[in-house]
Each structure stands twice: as structure tokens, then as C-alpha cells.
Design a protein around this ligand. Structure first.
Ligand code: ADP
Length: 621
């Protein structure tokens, strides 16, 4: 029988698992039991919903056997749905999931970093090769006549041959290596099952050799004994008050294959008119595919403890795709299809309640600044997405937004901002731009600093889009400092004489800049800088245009900025005498170019800029 080679990504993953997870090798048992449990869930669903399977004998269980001694082995058998020949080949020889592929592409080759990454990621079946130098998978798929056996050493590839297995289901035998022989032990298996898999809905049986001591104190075998070793009660149906934190942590790890404890969770049971249980976890780290369109849903739907689907992205709104957990309701029909789910009123209510419960929890977490900052660092972008997309919960989500600010080193909420606003202040001010440092030094902030007005620093590229969907908060307008109008709120009466004396300068600059700008104006927002650019009231700002360009929207008509010049700045004052001189043009261009640079815009004519700058320098030397 010829061997088939593993797909390159599989070999890569196998090597990585073996090298980076050896200190956690015990998780292989949890992974295999979890696969068995999924296989049992799938068959249970068929026997309840499909006529051709309704009469079949289905006794859901997982059985564990082991052999000690020179050739130790461990076998895990389930009576689940089983795999066909093709499924064995596809599931255990290739990586189909895009999330996994994406994950692999992020690896750096640095063992420590990679093992942290893999910790956030389910390793699944392949983890068996941490403890075995040969793994055999015998499987018979429900409805099929033939059984198949997949065999591999986890290095080069695998073989598939016919098998004699009679019962429907899958049996995985690991020929344990030196790393794994410790697991051929009754106590070791029992304690691991208790730790990771106690909640598995189906019974897990362990077969071991029962011994007793005779009169002389010698161990004597009483033969094989089989015993159920798990609780087999769906974890989420237990009462919240009787579950300890540690149990939530262990359940989460078994459920999600995350190596880390969860960041937080929400467990809620609704009784009365509508009955359902939700148990949601927030992982400490977002899964690697979270910003991909083909991300994997983290929520499983059960109807009366019968698993229905783990592949429905509509169970929660998209912004909550970081949540992992369970929705279980006895008020939904077992036979729900995706289409039915989407229109189902019960499901809509469960969904809406679920979002409310999570929002409540987030609000509580937000009471602890440090903890919330940790959450926001990981999921802030999704909260912003929610503000933009989830109309029903927009207000609650807006309360959860946090921003950097000119008045605080940490993050600030809109509530905090409003609470400490100057008494005469009517609006909330923000500036958008590329990074916090250049934002803090932006000339656009000079006047606000002078007047002691707080400005929010929005340095995430999506901020400008998000904030445009929040025009008001607590009856106060949100105003962009990058726009022409915002400065008028604080400006003092301008000096008519100064204005008049600068008219020729403005006129000449306009002429020099031509259609590079929409307008040239005297500024009332600058104190130290000679110039700045702003966007006209309803135009996208300079950074927004840069972002659109980087997203490939090249053919968008260029929207021109307004150049503002500082009437009190030395350069501007001196320019009054120079309108007739040759150097005026260069200086006018330099005023414009430096303002663009400060807004994070890439100059079109860099060499022209440098030449002008050098000319001006050499003239003054
Ligand atoms: P995951 O479980 O995260 O999908 P695995 O590598 O553990 O990844 O398993 C790959 C696939 O192999 C599973 O999605 C499932 O379709 C199949 N599989 C694994 N174990 C079993 C089993 N005991 N019974 C039936 N199918 C299984």
C-alpha cells in the first residue's frame, strides 16, 4: 500500500505542535475526546431529524482502553458519525480550514512566539503525535458498508486501507512513544478526563485491569473492569452558583482548545415564556482569523442539548465574533435550517438577549479601567465596528468606545470627556491622524492647548469612519479639529487691520498654489506654526483620502484641502514685504508642503520640496 504524503501545511503544523507544545502534551486527550464528542453530536442530530436514521440503534459513548508494558498503547473509541475513506484522507491529511492556513502563515520561526500563537489555536487531532510514534484511525461512517483504517507515523505521510471494523464510529489507537507512555495509566487518564472533559455530554468509559491485594500483600488481577469516569452532564445546564471559576476555565479550554483561561464569561438562563441558556466566553486573545471574511464562528447552537450547528455566523452580530460559547434553547425546533434560523422569532429574541447580556457584562468590566483597557486593546476595533453597524445597540456601544486624548495618557470615554469639559464648551473635539505622537504635535491643536480644551486623538485608521456615525453624544456635537469650521468656536474677534494688510499675501499664495488648494485663509487656530491644512466642512480629511488611496480607491477625484496661515507668525508677517520677490513662490510652496507633511500626507514632488528647502537655506546663510 503506497503512502500518501501530507500536505505541506500539515507537515509544518505537525512539526510545530511537537516542538512547541511538548510541555502541554497532555492536551492530546482533550482534543481527541472533543472530536469524539463532536462526532457523537453529529450522529445524534441525524438520528433525531432524518427518517432513515431514526430507527438505528444509537448508544452515544466514548471508550478508552490502554495497554501498559513494552509496547504501550492507548485507544479512544466513539460511536459517533464516523468518517468515509475520503473524509479520512481530507480531514487527517490536509488542512482545509482557511483559519489554520492563515495561522500558519503568521508563524515567525521563533519557537517561543510560535508556541504562544499556537496556544490560541486549536491543534486538534494532530496533537496525538506528541505522544505517539504511530497513530491508527479505524472508522466506519454511518450509512456506509465499508470501514477504513488510516495509519501514519506523523512524519512522511499516511496510508489508508480497508478495515474490519463493524460498529459505526471511530477508533483511534496511539502507539505511545517515550513521551507518551505515562498516559497508559488508569489514574492519569481519569484525572485528565476529570480536568478537561468532565462536562462532555456523553458518557466516557475507561477500561482498566482491576486488582486487589492478597493476604501476602501481593497484587492480584481481578480481570478487566469498565467504569464511567465523567459526569456527562452538559456543563452549561448546571446552575451558575454551583460552578467554580476553575471549572469555567477548564470547560472553556476543553470547549475552545485555547491553552489560556478565558478573559471573562457570561452565563445566563432565561426561564418562563422563552427558555434558553447562554454561556459565552471572551478569550484573552482574539483568534488569528478574526479580521478575515471567512472567520470561523465561535458559537455553537444546541436545541435541548442536541448540537445543531457551529457554523452559523448569524447567531450573534458580526462585531461579537470574538465570543466563543453556547446557545441552547428548548424553544427551537430540532430541524432548524439556516434559513429558518434567520427568520425565526425565537432565535431573534435569543440573539437580542444575548447581545444585551454581553453588553451588560462589558459595561461592568469597563468599571475597572485596567481590565477594560486589556479588553479594548484586543477587541476595541470590533466595538467600533459595532457602533458603525449595530443600530439596535449603538448607544450602549458608544458608551464602550475609548480614545486617546490630549489630557490623559490612558484611554478616555466620551462620558469622561463630557464630564470634565470646560463650562463654556459646547462641542466634543477630536483630531484624526496616523499616529499618536504626530497627532499630539499637530499644529491644529495649538489653539485648543492654549484654551485648555481637551481633544480626543483618533489614530486608528478606521476611527474617522466610525466617528462619522456618531454625530452627537449627550446632545453635544462631535467636531473634527481637522475641519475648517471647528476653530471658529473659540476664535476671538479678528484684527481687521491685520487681515487687511495680509490680503496681498493671501492673494499671491493662492496664485502660486493654484488648484493645489481649495482656498487659502487666515487661521485662528495656530500659535506656533506658520501654516496648517484643514478639510472643508463636508470633505473627507487628508488622512481619509490617504487611506482610501491605500485601499485602492485611486480614481476618486482629489479633494483639495484649505491652507490656513498664521497671521502672527514671523514668516507670514515677513512675507508681506516679499510679495514681489522671486523667493516668495518657494516659501509659499514650503508653507503648504510642511503642513501636508504634518498631516501625514506623502508629498508628490519630494525632490522639488528638497530643492526649495535647500535654496531657502542657502539664501539665508
Ligand atoms: P478540528 O476538530 O478542529 O476540525 P481536527 O484536526 O481535530 O480539527 O479534526 C479534523 C476533522 O476530522 C474534524 O473536523 C472532523 O471532521 C474529523 N474528525 C476528527 N476526529 C473525528 C472522530 N472521532 N469522528 C469523526 N470525525 C472526526
Amino acid at each position: 500500500m503506497a503512502q500518501k504524503p501530507f500536505q505541506t501545511e500539515v507537515s509544518q503544523l505537525l512539526k510545530l505542535i511537537i516542538h512547541s507544545l511538548y510541555s502541554h502534551k497532555e492536551i492530546f486527550l482533550r482534543e481527541l475526546i472533543s472530536n469524539s464528542s463532536d462526532a457523537l453530536d453529529k450522529l445524534r442530530y441525524l438520528t433525531l431529524t432524518k427518517d432513515e436514521y431514526k430507527s438505528m440503534k444509537f448508544e452515544p459513548k466514548v471508550s478508552i482502553d490502554f495497554v501498559e508494558g513494552d509496547n504501550p498503547s492507548l485507544t479512544i473509541t466513539d460511536t459517533g458519525i464516523g468518517m468515509s475513506k475520503k473524509e479520512l484522507e481530507d480531514n487527517l491529511g490536509t488542512i482545509a480550514r482557511s483559519g489554520t492556513k492563515n495561522f500558519l502563515s503568521k508563524l515567525s520561526g521563533d519557537a517561543k512566539k510560535d508556541s504562544q500563537l499556537i496556544g490560541q489555536f486549536g491543534v486538534g487531532f494532530y496533537s496525538s503525535f506528541m505522544v505517539a510514534d504511530k497513530v491508527e484511525v479505524a472508522s466506519k461512517k454511518v450509512g456506509n458498508k465499508e470501514a477504513w483504517r488510516w495509519v501514519s507515523d506523523g512524519q512522511t505521510g499516511f496510508e489508508i486501507k480497508k478495515d474490519v471494523k463493524k460498529e459505526i464510529g471511530t477508533s483511534i489507537t496511539m502507539h505511545l512513544n517515550d513521551e507518551g507512555k505515562e498516559f497508559a495509566s488508569r489514574w492519569r487518564i481519569e484525572s485528565l478526563v476529570k480536568k478537561y472533559s468532565d462536562h462532555i455530554d456523553s458518557p466516557i468509559f475507561l477500561t482498566y485491569e482491576d486488582t486487589e491485594y492478597d493476604k501476602d500483600g501481593k497484587e492480584k488481577s481481578k480481570g478487566l473492569k469498565t467504569e464511567q469516569i465523567n459526569d456527562a452532564k452538559a456543563f452549561w445546564t448546571r446552575s451558575k452558583t454551583e460552578i467554580k471559576k476553575k471549572e469555567y476555565n477548564e470547560f472553556y479550554k476543553g470547549f475552545s482548545s485555547d491553552m489560556d483561561d478565558p478573559f471573562d464569561w457570561v452565563h445566563f438562563r432565561a426561564e418562563g415564556n422563552l427558555e434558553f441558556v447562554i454561556l459565552f466566553f471572551i478569550p484573552k486573545k482574539a483568534s488569528p482569523d478574526i479580521f478575515r471574511a471567512d472567520y470561523q464562528s465561535g458559537v455553537k447552537l444546541y436545541v435541548n442539548r442536541v448540537f445543531i450547528t457551529d457554523d452559523d455566523k448569524e447567531l450573534l452580530p458580526p462585531w461579537l465574533r470574538f465570543v466563543k460559547g453556547i446557545i441552547d434553547s428548548s424553544d427551537l425546533p430540532l430541524n432548524v435550517s439556516r434559513e429558518i434560523l434567520q427568520q425565526n422569532r425565537v432565535m431573534a429574541k435569543i440573539k437580542s438577549n444575548s447581545v444585551k447580556k454581553i453588553l451588560d457584562r462589558l459595561k461592568t468590566i469597563a468599571g475597572n479601567k485596567e481590565k477594560y483597557a486589556e479588553f479594548y486593546g484586543e477587541y476595541g476595533r470590533l466595538i467600533k465596528e459595532g457602533v458603525y453597524q449595530d443600530f439596535e445597540h449603538k448607544d450602549a456601544l458608544t458608551e464602550l468606545l475609548r480614545f486617546k486624548s490630549t489630557k490623559d495618557d490612558g484611554l478616555v470615554s466620551l462620558r469622561e470627556y463630557v464630564d470634565r469639559m470646560r463650562e463654556d464648551q459646547k462641542s466634543i473635539y477630536y483630531i484624526t491622524g496616523q499616529n499618536q505622537v504626530s497627532l499630539k504635535n499637530s499644529p491644529l491643536l495649538e489653539m485648543y492647548q492654549k484654551k485648555d480644551v481637551e481633544v480626543l486623538l483618533l489614530d486608528d485608521e478606521i476611527d474617522e469612519i466610525i466617528i462619522s456615525s456618531v454625530p452627537k453624544y449627550d446632545e453635544k456635537d462631535l467636531k473634527s479639529v481637522n475641519r475648517s469650521g471647528a476653530a471658529d468656536d473659540f476664535s476671538e474677534e479678528s484684527d481687521k487691520d491685520v487681515e487687511k494688510s495680509l490680503q496681498p499675501v493671501i492673494k499671491k499664495i493662492k496664485k502660486v498654489l493654484g488648484d493645489k488648494v481649495k482656498d487659502v485663509k487666515l487661521s485662528n487656530r495656530l500659535s506656533d506654526s506658520p501654516s496648517c491644512i484643514v478639510a472643508d466642512e463636508n470633505d473627507p480629511t487628508a488622512q481619509m483620502q490617504e487611506m482610501m488611496k491605500s485601499m485602492g480607491q485611486m480614481d476618486m477625484p482629489a479633494i483639495k484641502p484649505i491652507l490656513e496661515i498664521n497671521p502672527t507668525h514671523d514668516i507670514v508677517v515677513k512675507m508681506k514685504e516679499k510679495t514681489k520677490q522671486k523667493s516668495f513662490d518657494s516659501i509659499a510652496l514650503l508653507l503648504f508642503e510642511q503642513a501636508l507633511i504634518q498631516e501625514g500626507v506623502k508629498l508628490e514632488d519630494t525632490s522639488g520640496f528638497v530643492a526649495r528647502l535647500n535654496k531657502v537655506i542657502s539664501d539665508t546663510l
